[in-house]
Design a binder for this molecule. Structure first.
Ligand code: IPD
Ligand code: CA
Length: 266
């Protein structure tokens, strides 16, 4: 992975995220409604998810025509360059629909299958998180570092829930046991923001079952580059089965507790 290529991909990701963030912030219709649903009646898509994905994929096609793309709202192309973009045009769509501020644009670039660049922009906070593999994670000029690992019973842990009823029932069961074992739980509504909040020390840890690559690709790199550990079940990288992020010391305890509670299956 050449540094020049990574720098170019970072610049492209930052500009795409900035343009999409501006469209979403300034162009949100007051009467925004649901355009369609996906895996269940509460898994919604708005016209703005579609417009933002189109803006990003058009921009990528212009700047990097030989790259592949995978996007939440259906963008999918192979490419020939070895670079693939993994795009979530709005992570936190339900928050966006309701006018809550916790939503983000998440853009990652993989080189030969490994995430090399991640950008998560949170327009309503005026924050853009970025990371380049091997070169650290930043928020503006500030290099990001996780908080020191607390004991599990002192940890502020974020999580999220899927859109399928059976999955949610299992997630509620896990939470019923875990909640009394930690400081508290947060459910912000955007996995990408949760991972960035672990990176910058606003949360101690995060876990969720059922994410898609576009939810976690950029945020997980940002967390790792801020010295978090990320993974799934013990010994396995993060995946749709399970995503866990926390500083070393907490990560192992949280991961083994989630393993024992069966947080990796419905
Ligand atoms: C969702 C958010 C949410 C998480 C869900 C995701 P979306 O993404 O990241 O926090 O709990 O699992 O699907 O649908 O808003 O792009
Ligand atoms: Ca998402």
């Amino acid at each position: 992975m050449s540094d020049t290529l990574k720098a170019e991909l970072l610049a492209v990701a930052l500009e795409a995220a900035d343009r999409a963030g501006a469209l979403l912030k300034d162009g949100r219709p007051a009467d925004l409604g649901v355009a369609s649903t996906k895996t269940s009646p509460i898994d919604v898509v708005t016209e703005m998810d579609i417009a933002a994905e189109k803006l990003i994929t058009d921009f990528l096609a212009e700047r990097r025509p030989d790259d592949g793309v995978l996007g939440e709202e259906g963008a999918s192309s192979e490419g020939t360059s070895g670079v693939r973009w993994v795009v979530d045009p709005i992570d936190g769509t339900v928050n966006y629909l309701y006018g809550l501020p916790s939503w983000a644009v998440s853009i990652a670039a993989e080189i030969d299958g490994e995430t090399a660049v991640g950008v998560v922009t949170v327009p309503m906070r005026g924050e853009t998180f970025r990371a380049v593999r091997g070169a650290g994670a930043f928020l503006g000029d500030r290099r990001l570092r996780v908080r020191p690992a607390p004991a599990l019973d002192q940890a502020l842990v974020a999580t999220g829930f899927g859109y399928l009823t059976t999955r949610r029932a299992g997630q509620a069961e896990v939470l019923r046991t875990l909640l009394p074992e930690v400081r508290d739980i947060r459910r912000g509504g955007s996995a990408a923001i949760d991972l960035c909040d672990v990176a910058c020390g606003r949360l101690d840890g995060y876990y969720e079952r059922g994410l898609n690559p576009w939810d976690y690709a950029a945020g997980a790199l940002i967390a790792r580059e801020a010295d978090a550990l990320t993974g799934g079940r013990p010994g396995v990288p993060e995946s749709p089965e399970l995503t866990v992020a926390a500083p070393s010391g907490l990560f192992e305890r949280l991961q083994s507790r989630l393993e024992a509670l069966g947080a990796w299956h419905d």
